[in-house]
Design a binder for this molecule. Structure first.
Ligand SMILES: NC(=O)c1ccc[n+]([C@@H]2O[C@H](COP(=O)([O-])OP(=O)(O)OC[C@H]3O[C@@H](n4cnc5c(N)ncnc54)[C@H](O)[C@@H]3O)[C@@H](O)[C@H]2O)c1
Length: 385
């Protein structure tokens, strides 16, 4: 196996922790080195590491790994990590569809993720895509830079007014609910959502905001929990996708579901690429020039399906939804603490949505792993803190 380039912190540390990528900030490194970890960060320039690259990084002795959503964490890597004496892995992401949790369970390896810290940042990007698509910002920017603007015109880049329209959310969990609030509070949109569970807090918020608007003599906003995804697709003007990616959400948006949407609807995806059948979407965009889409994620990342790049009614950005400095540094911290907690035998934090104590730089973090998705399966103790 060819050697792989690394940067080492605290070489004499007792526990060997590998990060497959350099991550923002330095707190995560400090938190590990202060607790007797030797931290090795992969400095290979290629963007996506192969399973073989990661096997080389794990080597013969490794206590834990911090990995990325672009990597294929299955039986091969978990068995190698176990053989190297490791018991901990954390994705630097909230989604973990790149991880075979059953394989991790089989080898007794804890799998961490980083919920909460990216909720608002991801929702803000989904809101940005919604606005960019509604007001044709990217098209207009390109027009301006091309020197084509020769004066104000009544028809120039006419888009959609969001106020009073209906925002549809599919997957009203942490991020979906935060996005809904932004669009409702910011643009006074009505809500229709579909989720397997009732989003009670979101419903209460919209009710209270509607009452506030009414008391101010304004049109109140409304909410509706749809009994099917199809209901959201046919009723909403702007639809944003925020479910996890699993078997039930793969190609949730396909030729048939696109056909249910309004001809001038806006579709936003900042969840995972395969939630949309992207080839079907390209055909739909071609056939419906007033239908617009804002995409942060793609089915075959880093590639786009043929034809998508040419569509003016698509706004595309390279999977940057969680890319704010605060969030990315926080994700690195949570991922490092997940691995550290398991190595040190700490319990698992009881509420993965209440992660603020881990992010407070003015005090040491709690002695717990912030979020381990297979804690129950591995019988890991829960923190009493
Ligand atoms: N683009 C990015 O950079 C980025 C950043 C953060 C998160 N994400 C993605 O967003 C996802 C959601 O994150 P979250 O923190 O809000 O998770 P969450 O678990 O709080 O929310 C997911 C919601 O989806 C719902 N759901 C599951 N299956 C469904 C189905 N078949 N139909 C409708 N709803 C369904 C769940 O009930 C849950 O409420 C992550 O799993 C991740 O894949 C992407």
């Amino acid at each position: 196996m060819k050697p792989i380039s690394i940067e080492v912190w605290n070489p004499s540390g007792k526990y060997r922790v590998v990060s497959t990528k350099s991550m923002p900030g330095s707190r995560w490194i400090r938190l590990l080195t202060e607790q007797d970890c030797r931290v090795e960060i992969c400095t290979e320039t290629k963007t996506i590491l192969s399973v073989d690259d990661i096997l080389a990084l794990i080597g013969d002795r490794c206590d834990g790994v911090i990995g990325q959503l672009t990597e294929d964490w299955g039986d091969v890597l978990f068995s190698a990590l176990r053989r190297a004496g490791g018991t901990a892995f954390s994705n630097m992401a909230v989604g973990y569809n790149n991880v075979d949790v059953d394989a991790a369970n089989k080898h007794g390896i804890a799998v961490g993720n980083t919920p909460g810290v990216l909720t608002e940042t991801t929702a803000e990007l989904a809101a940005s895509l919604s606005l960019s698509a509604a007001r044709r910002i990217v098209e207009a920017d390109q027009f301006m830079r091309a020197g084509l603007y020769d004066g104000w015109l009544p028809h120039l880049f006419v888009g959609n007014l969001l106020k009073g329209q209906t925002v549809g959310v599919i997957g009203a969990g942490r991020i979906g609910s935060a996005y809904a609030r932004m669009m409702i509070e910011g643009f006074k949109m009505n809500l229709i959502y579909y989720d397997l569970y009732q989003a009670t807090r979101l419903e209460k918020f919209v009710t209270a905001y509607g009452e506030f608007l009414k008391a101010n003599g304004e049109q109140p906003v409304t909410w509706k929990r749809a009994s099917s995804m199809q209901e959201v697709l046919s009723e909403a003007d702007v639809i944003s996708l925020h479910p996890i990616l699993d078997k039930t959400t793969y190609h949730l948006i396909n030729k048939d579901s696109l056909a249910l949407m309004k001809k001038e609807a806006i579709l936003v995806n900042a969840s995972r690429g395969p939630v949309i059948d992207e080839a079907a979407l390209v055909e739909h965009l071609k056939a419906n020039p007033m239908f617009r889409v804002g995409l942060d994620v793609f089915e075959d990342e880093p590639l786009m399906k043929p034809g998508l790049a040419e569509q003016k009614n698509a706004v595309v950005v390279p999977h940057i939804a969680s890319a704010s400095k605060w969030t990315r540094e926080g994700m690195a911290t949570l991922a490092a603490l997940n691995v550290l907690g398991k190595i040190k035998g700490y319990p698992v934090w009881s509420d993965p949505n209440r992660i603020e104590p881990f992010l407070d730089e003015s005090s040491p973090p709690p002695a717990a792993s912030p979020s381990i998705v297979n804690a129950k399966q591995l019988g890991l103790p829960s923190s009493k803190l």
